[in-house]
Design a protein around this ligand. Sequence first.
Ligand SMILES: [Zn+2]
Length: 404
Amino acid sequence: MAAPAELQAALDLLRGLRERHGIDVVTTAQAARSAPAQAAALALRHLLPADLIWHIEGHEVLARLASGDVLVLGLDPSPRVNGRAVREGRLRRATIDEGSARAVFELAAALWSNPKFLPEIEPIGTLMPPPSDALAVPRGMEFVSAMARSDRPLPKVVDEVPTPGWLAPGLLGLAGPRRQAFERTVWNALRFLLLHELGHVCLGHLELGARKQRYRMIEELRIRDGAAPPKAGGLTDEARRALEIEADGFAAARLFGEAHERDASTGLQAGMLSATASALLGAALVPIIFHAMQVFSETPEPLSTHPPLWFRADAMMRAAMPGAGTGALLDAPLRHWAANDALQRPLAAAGHTHPLLGQWLGPVIDGGLDGPARRVLAEARFARDGLLRGRLRVQQQVVPSRGP
Ligand SMILES: [Zn+2]
């Protein structure tokens, strides 16, 4: 994962936004580096072997919105597994925490270094099976578990949770197509997280509610955060859930829209995951990690501001279906779910690696969630309708339709 290629991918993402939403790229990572971002880069270097260093640490990408506001896309030097969209004056920030990147990375490494996980993606001869499938904390979830259980001040914990021994040295024998599949899984998961936060910005969510407030933040998680984060302008939990579904739809439309295009143009290669299956696996790591946070912290319903995790995973499944299109998740009719082995298999295989993943992914993979999904959507639409007028007015300011 060389920095230039991944930075290029981030810039491509922003160029796509310019085409679709009139957002201008004005400068790139090096010029935009801040002291906190550099600290994040250093922290990651100490957490991971040098050859695992991610391009995205410490890089912040700046863009200018057509309204003249400035957008920052980046990684916050925090060990939390969290993300946020922030408005402060003319600045909009869409960021995820360093801890989120680490959680994604370690879970993806655990899956792809397990020879029982999708053995048709080779080579698997150099991989060691995990010691036991029955571990209370599955391999790859050590960091998530430590973060979810910790009551101590968070900034220290990242230093106190060492990189698991099984992750070092190097890439656990991952090579060839299997290593590539691992890298794509990480990239897709991080891209989904960042796109979700970007969705909050681009859809005008930060302008909702008390519009005169200078400062506004949508913080994703409330688990073990100590004091509750500020509410987004006094929005109700029902309204927040509607916005979360919209942001997921924004991310899914881009992630899977691009993956469908890539699969259509390059065709499927034997011994490789399709771009769409890879995107689905990456996106699915996100609710899997949130689910683990809930289990480890023994906080059954901490995500009252978010739709249920099964709904988010089910929505990803629907968005990944061939021909799903890129319609908004909240407004489009619920697409029928259909069995599709090429897409289901990576999720099913992940579910088989450990009960923590399997118990919860199973019903999603089996389909048949149309009824409950319809109920969640109906509630979200009702809440959103109450916000709609203000949102549309703001969207015209922040995300104008195409430029000239
Ligand atoms: Zn969100």
